[in-house]
Design a protein around this ligand. Structure first.
Ligand code: PLP
Length: 432
């Protein structure tokens, strides 16, 4: 096993993904290509479902955050596994609907939903809309009235905590574009407005503190603040929230330097914290929801590339350039996210060639990794970047008019196309 159960090395010394030879996969599907071990995705869904039921209570279902990875066949898997789905745009809603995902199991997020987005969500019969601001609440109330519907909502609340993660992926602090803050008093006015709105049914509250969180402390802190808020709202308005959704964020091991994470144990301990905090505030435990994205799909994914050049800049560094880059994985450029890179043809050879992994874009910041070491590649070598299941395909672009790679699904020792490779004609399809 290399880092996660989806990755191993076979008798030829080749990397395997979901037990299939990465070099043979590349011959079949070409490079660059994303791979996703859907058996591993299902295992994570089952783990979350079982642990939530055991430790959060019967109605507490995990909600898969589709922003991590979103395409029709994945939504079909998520639906089969009985999870709910968090969609953040009409495009994600549309994908879920096209996959036959039960819309009543969808939570619709976003800090700036347009009137058109809200109308589309109501027409689709989305189960919950997570309302971000009083402006949006008023718009939703009037659109629901127009459609003769009642919108079931959660209100996005800003708990005001620092989850000690990268600033760009932390959203729970007061100075955030998301939600209304408790400490400024605005969250209370927000609740009052929702309770007064004629076509709104308030089902509870939502918060999200950040992403890539490895221990339960930020979640525990959020639970303390949010359950105190639930208690205060009951005192002020006589309203007891049935649902508390504390967002996503469990971390994933990208490199050997990241800590191991025991999700079961984290959820069990968090469950105990919820019980204790509810007791402290003398409130019945709401249905606890969480929205894991990354931790469901990241470790099930890898991207395979072909090396185009190995360039040694004397006195500086070695550049290994591949046939992908920031258009298929912008995370290094955005956050300096670290990855494990493997020479897929010599996965068991010593990783002793220090290099920078560069993409193919006309952009010097187009790097996938720096300061890594791999078994020395040459032009034509297949390289793998591991743990790319989350926030890679979903963040991919056509920068430099580069077609997006396909997503290949692997299950039970077989592979199939989940999303086909874009063509050059796809790229010009929308041009008039
Ligand atoms: C509101 C919300 N829910 C869930 C998630 C998913 O987080 P993760 O993929 O880290 O589990 C995010 C990520 O940014 C988010 O903003």
């Amino acid at each position: 096993m290399l880092l996660h159960p989806s990755f191993d090395i076979n008798e030829k010394g080749h990397l395997t993904i979901g037990s299939l030879d990465a070099v043979e996969l590349s011959e079949t599907y070409g490079t660059p290509a994303y791979y996703l071990d859907t058996d591993a995705v299902r295992n994570m869904c089952r783990m979350y479902k079982a642990q939530f039921a055991a430790h959060f209570g019967g109605n507490s279902t995990p909600i898969y955050a589709g922003k991590a990875l979103c395409f029709k066949k994945l939504y079909a898997i998520i639906a089969e596994e009985g999870l709910m789905a968090d969609c953040v745009s009409p495009g994600e809603l549309h994908t879920a609907r096209a996959a036959g995902f039960p819309m009543e199991r969808v939570f619709f997020h976003g800090n700036n939903k347009t009137d058109g987005d809200l109308r589309y969500a109501l027409e689709l019969g989305v189960g919950h809309i997570v309302v971000d601001s009083p402006d949006e609440l008023a718009a939703l109330d009037s659109i629901a009235a127009e459609l003769g519907k009642e919108a079931t909502v959660l209100l996005r609340i800003t708990p005001g905590i620092d989850p000690h993660t990268h600033q760009k992926i932390s959203t729970g602090n007061i100075d955030s574009k998301f939600g209304m803050a408790i400490s400024t008093g605005q969250a209370y006015d927000f609740v009052k407005a929702a309770l007064d709105a004629e076509h709104i049914r308030l089902d509870g509250f939502h918060c999200h503190v950040g992403s890539q969180i490895f221990d339960i402390d930020p979640f525990k802190e959020a639970a303390e603040i949010m359950l105190a808020f639930v208690a205060k709202v009951r005192e002020e308005y006589g309203y007891l929230a049935p649902v508390l959704n504390i967002g996503g964020g469990f971390g994933v091991r990208y490199t050997e330097d990241d800590p191991q994470i025991d999700y079961e144990d984290n959820i069990r301990r968090l469950g105990q914290e919820f019980d204790a905090i509810c007791k402290e505030f003398d409130i019945p435990k709401p249905s606890i929801m969480m929205e894991p994205g990354r931790s469901i799909v990241a470790a099930a994914g890898a991207t395979l590339y072909t090396v185009g050049s190995v360039k040694e800049v004397s006195g500086f560094r070695n550049y290994v350039s591949v046939d992908g880059g920031m258009p298929d994985n912008p995370r290094y450029t955005l956050y300096q996210s670290r990855y494990t890179v493997v020479n897929a043809e010599k996965a068991d050879a010593p990783a002793d060639y220090p290099c920078t992994l560069a993409g193919r874009c006309c952009e010097s910041g187009d790097l996938l990794a720096e300061g890594i070491s791999i078994a020395k590649p040459e032009r034509g070598t297949i390289l793998a970047v591991l743990v790319t299941g989350a926030y890679n395909y979903s963040m991919a672009s056509n920068y430099n008019r580069i077609p997006r790679p396909p997503v290949i699904l692997i299950s039970g020792g077989k592979s199939e196309i989940g999303v086909r490779r874009e063509t050059y004609d796809d790229i010009i399809e929308l041009d008039s």
